[in-house]
Write a protein that binds this ligand. Structure first.
Ligand SMILES: *Cc1c(COP(=O)(O)O)cnc(C)c1O
Length: 415
């Protein structure tokens, strides 16, 4: 930090403030985590300097022998971790991974089946404001209104009716286990390819607490920075028969030079995820999510679908008479970081919403357990009841900082 603070005190100060925030605040954003000091060291390494267009052994530039080594390590570790035939570790982000997967298998205007955005799907699953919705003819499936679970019968009906070339499963705000086997059966029956986007739950799958799509999906895309707790980035896994088309879609069709420093950090993160402690971490994420959901439910909030099987929950704030935006802002003032989120069949617009999405991956990385989740639920409920009182929110903020500051923040307090 010292060189940076001398050369560029403005940026150094912003980073130092962000470090402070990561210690003092309760991060409940379901897609965020604390990458380890080792992962962060790799992201800050000299490999950021290297151009390495192509793949190991087949590069367009000289001087790639060491970056080749880390890319091969990342590929091999990913294959061991998920049991896939092939892993392309170059995608810069989850959206880029999905773009490359679509480019590998689809032509413009092909029919694709994906999950509705306002019921848990991702922007890249066919939103009209995203390239996916602009290039392809997406048909959307959603949730059952009563159970708030994915309506697999509807997926099957739509697949039979529209005969999509590709079915996309996986979500960004869905609190229940996804039945990849059922998706596999529907794809098989209707002659569609199946792509599973496991960006959110990759760490749970690697840790053995969520079923894996690898046996049934043709292509599996994931980010590496969510529950997987690696550097910001992504990868694509696929069956051997799709290897060539996936690799050429990532480079040269969608991306140029790979981020070798990020790939080095992915290799480090995959090694961490292969350790027995990571299984324990994944188990604890889910245990903590259940504990937090039951604490909030006891405090009068409605938990969408009645609970959670994974790392996140969707909370309906309607019983307290507040909306998602007010809640997000008030909790933020109290040092609790969340995001507003539409609930299924939400009556309020997406910029307001009736709900919050809360996740436990980051707090679980700080060694918090079910007892701490009870405290966190109490902090949240107190803040939600005090939204009109800035002084009260400030008081809670102080108590939150005292509480949170006692827990290690990986990659921050040990870096
Ligand atoms: C987060 C996410 C992505 C996109 O990842 P970015 O790295 O933000 O581009 C894609 N799909 C799903 C399901 C996600 O949750």
């Amino acid at each position: 930090m010292s060189i940076l603070s001398t050369q560029d005190p403005d940026v150094a100060k912003a980073i130092a403030d962000d470090e402070r925030r990561l210690v003092d605040e309760l991060v409940l954003i379901a897609s965020e985590n604390y990458a380890s000091a080792a992962v962060r060291e790799a992201t800050g390494s000299v490999m950021t300097n290297k151009y390495a267009e192509g793949y190991p052994g087949r590069r367009y530039y000289a001087g790639t022998e060491f970056v080749d080594r880390v890319e091969i390590l990342a590929q091999e570790r990913a294959k061991e971790l998920f049991g896939c035939d092939h892993a392309n570790v170059q995608p810069h982000s989850g959206s880029q991974a999905n773009m490359a997967a679509y480019f590998a298998k689809l032509s413009p205007e092909d029919v694709v089946l994906g999950m509705r955005l306002d019921q848990g799907g991702h922007l890249t699953h066919g939103s009209p404001v995203n390239f996916s919705g602009r290039l392809y003819d997406f048909v959307s499936y959603g949730l059952n209104r009563e159970t708030e679970l994915i309506d697999y019968d509807e997926v099957e009906e739509l697949a039979k009716k529209y005969r999509p070339k590709l079915i996309v499963c996986g979500a960004t705000a869905y609190p229940r286990e996804i039945d990849f086997e059922r998706f596999g059966a529907i794809a098989k029956e209707t002659g569609a390819l199946l792509m599973a986007d496991i960006a959110h739950i990759a760490g749970l799958i690697a840790g053995g607490v969520h079923q894996s799509p690898i046996p049934v999906a043709d292509i599996v895309t994931t980010t590496t920075h969510k529950t997987l707790r690696g550097p910001r980035g992504a990868m694509i896994m696929c069956k051997e028969e799709h290897r060539k088309s996936i690799d050429s879609a990532v480079f040269p069709r969608v991306q140029g030079g790979p981020f070798m420093h990020q790939i080095a950090a992915k290799a480090v993160a995959f090694k961490e995820a292969l350790q027995p402690e990571f299984k324990e971490y994944a188990r604890r994420i889910v245990e903590n999510a259940k504990a937090l959901a039951s604490g909030l439910s006891a405090g009068g909030l409605r938990i969408i679908s009645g609970g959670t099987d994974n790392h996140l929950m969707l909370v309906d704030l309607t019983p307290l008479g507040v909306n998602g935006r007010e809640a997000q802002d008030g909790l933020r003032a109290a040092g609790i970081i969340t995001n507003r989120n539409s609930i299924p069949f939400d009556k309020l617009p997406p910029m307001v919403t009736s709900g919050l999405r809360l996740g436990t991956p980051a707090l679980s990385s700080r060694d918090m357990g079910v007892q701490e989740m009870a405290r966190v639920a109490d902090f949240i409920l107190e803040a939600l009841h005090g939204l009109d009182d800035p002084v009260e929110l400030q008081r809670i903020r102080g108590r939150v900082a005292d509480f949170a500051g006692a827990y290690p923040a990986p990659g921050v307090t040990d870096a």
